[in-house]
Design a protein around this ligand. Sequence first.
Ligand SMILES: [Zn+2]
Length: 252
Amino acid sequence: MNFIKFLGTAGARFVMISQLRYSGGIFFSIDGTSFIVDPGPGTLIRAINSRPKLNISKIDGIFLSHRHLDHSCEINLMIEVMTEGGFKKRGIVFAPSDCLFKDPVILLYCRDFPEKIQVIEEEKIFYINNLRFEIPVKHRHGVETYGFKLKMKNKTISYIPDTEFFPELIDRYKGSQILILNTVLYEKRENIQHLCLLEAEQIIKNIKPEKAILTHFGMSMLKNKIWEKKDEISERVGTEVIIANDGMNFEF
Ligand SMILES: [Zn+2]
């Protein structure tokens, strides 16, 4: 069974700092390959406390969408976890160039631990084992940020991490059957480069995935009890919308 496990659903600083929601990133297990996406604070402890048990030390890769701490805080730790403390060279790390070269969040001392560290760029294609990833577009988020489309035989799973809305997002993530959207804001706030609920709905309505999963919630989403609005949102967009919670396991 393939699954996506949400080790954390916190978005933006306040929810992360207060740990109102955990910030442990997203664990994927697909066709026998597993990888972690955006290992924020608490990823390791959330993974170890996970039930049923997650084999976090056996991951084959790490995908870092951008350098903000709620996404990157445990990137070095995860590299050590994946490589048995640096003693076993294995796995692949994907990260934007600004995580590696200027004021790097991936420390120099653990750069040699993985099999490969791959700089991600718009329109590039990458692999973890047999899983094929496309990087559709550079997001608009202040720092270099990318999501992915993971192409399986009969499904495409896409992850749209932090970004402000721009229409090209819709074209570039088209053809996704499972769509994960980091939806921080309940209502739009000028000069905050995050999606609000209405914009997430607009993307879902146009892409028409089989299922859309909202995660990475800021304070306004929690205050407005976003989990109680699942049905009305699903009805508005004409797609089943799932509101992620900490520890949620999505199987497919
Ligand atoms: Zn961010």
